[in-house]
Design a protein around this ligand. Structure first.
Ligand code: ATP
Ligand code: MG
Length: 439
């Protein structure tokens, strides 16, 4: 059977309706198929180049399943379009197509430029029932039974994918706070590897840190005796510290400095967009500059750590999603940074988890929120110190600079997308700069 031509499909209408599409704030001018690889006679792996009016471009991955007429079992959201009597679907919604991707990994197959492969000694659960999850995320994931999770990257780039790389390194080092890497697949582009997806061991019965934390914070407001999150935060601190120590041992450390110029640039652009930030601008800038000359230890880190990136299994905490910011080039995402960047991300997340149950309520008890997050943050740092042998709080101004950098970013985000949440980072900025909080 002749492969259909994906360029005939109305991708320009379909893509903007997908949660993982990142171009909503830009004007899409053209979508073209950069590569089409036949995986099966009715299944193609398509890479799309999306061009925007401002000259930017992005590459997306869409596995496409073709069916004669309508495929009765697939939801409307998966339908890309119909060309010459055949309908194209996002193949990840189809169980058999998703399983085929896992089978290709198990077989170590090559299709065109696309190479699939399992990690040494791994047997993939190709017989397990696939279930689509994570359609509301940056990538799309399919769970097989309760054994493996296949994550198909949506925005793709050439280079080494840090999620695959660091899971492999940490797994091989025997670290028990990551999901074991089972397989991955990639293509090549301009002679360079271009990672497309990965399979990791599925943590059955795991709960997301964010859900646990917000539930505990909510309990604190409704029943002041309950809502304790300190014990589990201590263990989370130990887990993150253990991951940092393993990354340092496996991939090395170096001497570096706080990236003051980029922090100041982010501050300037956030201040231009968020007038509420202006009263703090000079104090924040002074804090950034005060740590600029200080030598700090840098190493490979997670890069985007928060309570939504950790899972609590019945036996331990797992750190997941080492991919960093999907919009940034892979080289930038792999740049060594201070582990304090991750610690600060986690500490910021505690403030969010504490305040989230209060958003939109009249009876906001921010004193209780600060109390709850203060205890969780303290316990997290205690747990971190227990493994690292050094307490992140001892880094004082450097830790504050990383927290401020993150909180500044948050104000710009909230002012743009969720104004109800803007008081959360503003309140933290007031505390971190030692200024009176806004009314
Ligand atoms: P995001 O948009 O949040 O960056 P993502 O598409 O990069 O998400 P992940 O964060 O890796 O995807 O995973 C999405 C969700 O899938 C997680 O929040 C978690 O609930 C679940 N998940 C991921 N990996 C595992 C695993 N190994 N075991 C169990 N659940 C997992
Ligand atoms: Mg992600």
């Amino acid at each position: 059977m002749e492969a259909m031509t994906p360029t005939d499909l109305p991708f320009a209408e379909w893509l903007p309706r997908q949660r993982w599409y990142a171009g909503r704030n830009q004007r899409l001018t053209e979508v073209s198929a950069a590569a089409v690889t036949a995986l099966r006679e009715d299944l193609e792996l398509v890479l799309l180049d999306v061009h925007y009016a401002d000259g930017d471009a992005e590459r997306y991955q869409v596995p496409v399943l073709w069916a004669d007429g309508e495929h009765a079992d697939l939801p409307g959201a998966s339908t890309i379009g119909t060309v010459r009597g055949r309908t194209a679907y996002d193949a990840l919604y189809d169980s058999a197509a998703a399983r085929h991707l896992l089978e290709l990994c198990a077989a170590g197959a090559t299709r065109g430029a696309v190479a699939f492969g399992a990690e040494p000694g791994v047997e993939l659960p190709v017989g397990a029932a696939p279930r689509l999850t994570g359609v509301e995320q940056s990538n799309t994931s399919v769970v097989f039974g309760d054994q493996a999770i296949l994550k198909v990257f949506r925005r793709v780039n050439t280079g080494i994918n840090p999620d695959i790389e660091l899971n492999r390194v940490l797994g091989n080092a025997g670290n028990r706070h990551v999901a074991r890497l089972l397989a991955s697949f990639e293509t090549t582009w301009d002679g360079q590897p271009c990672p497309l997806g990965m399979v990791t061991a599925f943590a059955a019965g795991a709960a997301e840190g964010w859900a646990l934390a917000t539930a505990a914070a909510t309990r604190r407001y409704t029943d002041a005796e309950d809502g304790d999150f300190t014990e589990t935060s201590f263990r989370l601190g130990q887990a993150v510290s253990s991951v940092h120590a393993a990354l340092a041992a496996e991939l090395g450390t170096a001497s570096g400095v706080f990236a003051v110029d980029s922090a100041l640039a982010r501050l300037d652009s956030a201040c231009a967009a968020v007038p509420e930030l202006l009263p703090y601008q000079s104090t924040i800038a002074d804090i950034f500059k005060s740590v600029a000359g200080q030598s700090i230890v840098v190493q490979r880190v997670h890069g985007d750590l928060h309570l939504g990136q950790v899972l609590r299994t019945p036996s331990s905490w797992l750190v997941i999603d080492f991919e960093g910011e999907p919009g940034a080039p892979l080289e930038e995402r792999r740049r060594p940074d201070s582990p304090l960047r991750d610690v600060a991300g986690m500490l910021r997340s505690y403030e969010y988890a504490a305040s989230q149950p209060l958003v939109g309520r009249d009876d906001q008890d921010f004193a209780a929120a600060l109390d709850w997050s203060g205890q969780g943050r303290g316990a997290f740092c205690d747990g971190y110190a227990d493994v690292a042998g050094f307490d992140p709080r001892q880094a004082g101004p450097v830790l504050a600079a990383y927290e401020l950098d993150k909180a500044v970013y948050e104000t710009a985000y909230e002012a743009r997308y969720r104004t109800d949440w803007l008081p959360i980072p503003l309140r933290s900025i007031a505390t971190l700069t030692g200024t009176a909080p806004p009314d």
